[in-house]
Ligand binder design. Structure first.
Ligand SMILES: [Zn+2]
Length: 293
């Protein structure tokens, strides 16, 4: 059994997906959090981080998501608001000062905040797209994230084309205090302007969409899509159980539960996302949008 002794144990590593280009090293393996199967990272990466065994939807960076939701690998994605940086309005000082945490995340992920926004095309349909990046401070919404969500919807209003926002967020950014809470009102007011003009607005809720993001524009869209088994809710289950003094049902706050109870309109598998979203944008916007320009 000499050959058996020569077998190498696979190296399991966490997905590192921090830049526009794939940085999957040769021979790297990843373990699925749901089924525990070990997959070659290259296979997972080509499958948009969906486990081929159990179909669990792993996390994507903002740029990976943009590539998935645009034509020709995001080559015609026109980003805006990239230079916006939070000024730390409260000069929030925790164990690690907010400014230091922010600078660290900016350096590490090579982007200025937890969202990327721009104008894109999906199956030749122009639209405005904003994508949260959970790896950047848990996708929390401070002034920059709120402003870029608002810019996305304002762009949709101006160009008369739909707006799509992909959410992945722990909620408001507590280090920006009331300024982060104001983003809920600001983004909600843009949603109502879109509604008045009949411009479609769609949100895609991914794992997790919670707190102030779930409590504002994410749940106000014309169509609310969700990824399978995504955690969606305002407060965490433990807080709710303590408040209402009841045990929560199984699967509470997951996409499938919310679909049954009418909070989510449709659950979309990542492999069908491009087609389903472009069909939806076309049908919703054919009367009110200017797709020809
Ligand atoms: Zn799996």
């Amino acid at each position: 059994m000499a050959w058996f002794d020569d077998l190498k144990t696979p190296r399991v590593q966490k997905q590192d997906t921090t830049s526009k280009t794939s940085r999957v090293p040769e021979g790297a393996w990843s373990k699925c959090n749901e089924c525990g199967e070990i997959q070659h990272s290259r296979i997972l990466s080509s499958n948009f981080n969906v486990c081929p065994i159990c179909q669990a939807h792993g996390r994507l960076t903002a740029w990976e998501r943009i590539k998935l939701m645009t034509d020709e690998g995001a080559s015609d994605f026109k980003e805006y608001g990239a230079s916006l940086i939070s000024k730390d309005p409260l000069e929030f000082d925790d164990t690690v000062p907010y400014r230091v945490r922010l600078e660290k995340s900016i350096g590490r992920f090579n982007q200025n905040d937890a969202i990327i926004a721009g104008k894109a095309k999906i199956n030749k349909i122009p639209y405005h797209l904003a994508v949260f990046d959970f790896q950047f401070m848990g996708g929390s919404m401070g002034v920059v994230v709120g402003e870029k969500v608002a810019m996305t919807m304002a762009g949709a209003l101006k160009d008369q084309i739909p707006a799509v926002i992909v959410c992945a967020s722990g909620g408001a950014r507590m280090q920006e205090g009331v300024y982060s809470l104001l983003q809920m009102a600001k983004t909600s007011s843009l949603v109502s302007q879109l509604k008045k003009k009949g411009i479609p607005m769609i949100t895609l809720l991914t794992n997790p969409t919670t707190g102030g993001v779930a409590a504002s524009f994410a749940m106000q869209a014309d169509v609310i899509l969700a990824e399978p088994k995504a955690l969606i809710g305002f407060a965490g289950p433990r807080v709710i159980e303590q408040t209402i003094r009841q045990k929560l049902p199984e699967g509470f706050q997951r996409s499938e539960f919310l679909l049954i109870h009418g909070f989510v309109d449709r659950i979309v598998h990542r492999k069908n996302l491009k087609k389903e979203l472009s069909d939806l944008l076309w049908r919703l916007g054919m009367r009110t949008c200017r797709f020809g320009k």
